[in-house]
Design a protein around this ligand. Structure first.
Ligand SMILES: C[S@@+](CC[C@H](N)C(=O)[O-])C[C@H]1O[C@@H](n2cnc3c(N)ncnc32)[C@H](O)[C@@H]1O
Length: 245
């Protein structure tokens, strides 16, 4: 195995709706109950396809400060740059089907960009950054959070990011914020380190403890989603044990 895969930027890189269903072990039927926040949403097609299916979904991301044409150009450049980095370290990721994984990123971007142009003005895409979100307490029934927390910790702390700003303190403040806006549930992926030593992410236990302190019960559910970092990824599912209201 060569140098672990690492990035000098946070990739503006998104999954498709179907990948989201696998990654979060959730179904459109379950999502039909209540309001869902996708944070960060990136250029994924979860919001676009969710709205098409009549779901009440909102995405937020720092990149949503940009208009539709700029965000499409930035999304394309970010996906290209991420795959260029991947080519430098072909041994680091182990997708069962890398071609399909790659194709899905561009498909997600196209669906996202078309919907962003239509639905940003309807409040479906909100410019926001962790650890402070512009939503009232308990605004959402559930929060989905993927491929930012834990993944963009620095390489020395089990992430794939060269920067150091997303340290444990940042993560715990972000968890507090996701808990504040979620009425019932938080689902978080990945929970496994993206750099050596492989295995459970070094921040995972502290994150779970923080969620328990916030009155959530926490469980780790095996995930079938192939994120390229091998087996044994688990989805963190946190449910509020005491109702907010
Ligand atoms: C790899 S994408 C994940 C997108 C999507 N959740 C998915 O799994 O396909 C990571 C996202 O984190 C966003 N990001 C960067 N800094 C952030 C911050 N401080 N708070 C929230 N999101 C941030 C980036 O703009 C980017 O869209």
């Amino acid at each position: 195995m060569g140098t672990p895969y690492h990035l000098s930027f946070v990739a503006f890189f998104g999954r498709t709706f179907d990948e989201y269903m696998q990654m979060f072990s959730i179904t459109p039927t379950e999502l039909r109950k209540g309001r869902t926040l996708d944070c960060p949403s990136g250029p994924d097609s979860f919001i676009a396809e969710g709205l098409r299916q009549g779901l009440d979904v909102v995405g937020c991301d720092p990149m949503y400060q940009f208009d539709a044409s700029e965000i499409h150009a930035r999304g394309k450049a970010s996906i290209d740059a991420t795959f260029e980095e991947l080519k430098k370290n072909p041994d680091s990721l182990h997708h069962k089907n890398l071609e399909e994984f790659t194709r899905n990123k561009y498909l997600a971007l196209e669906a996202f960009a078309a919907d962003y142009a239509l639905n940003k003005k309807h409040g479906r895409y909100v410019h926001a950054s962790l650890p402070k979100l512009p939503f009232a307490d308990g605004s959402f029934d559930r929060v989905l959070t993927a491929n930012f927390l834990m993944l963009y910790a620095c390489v020395a702390d089990g992430g794939l990011y060269d920067g150091r700003e997303f340290d444990l303190d940042f993560h715990l403040r972000s968890v507090d914020e996701l808990a504040r806006v979620s009425k019932h549930e938080i689902r978080m992926s990945p929970t496994r380190a993206a750099s050596t030593p492989w295995g459970e992410h070094p921040y995972l236990q502290a994150i779970m403890e923080r969620l328990r302190l916030k009155q959530f019960t926490v469980e780790l559910v095996p995930s079938v989603y192939d994120d390229g970092f091998g087996t044994n990824n688990h989805l963190l599912v946190a449910r509020r044990s005491i109702a907010l209201y």
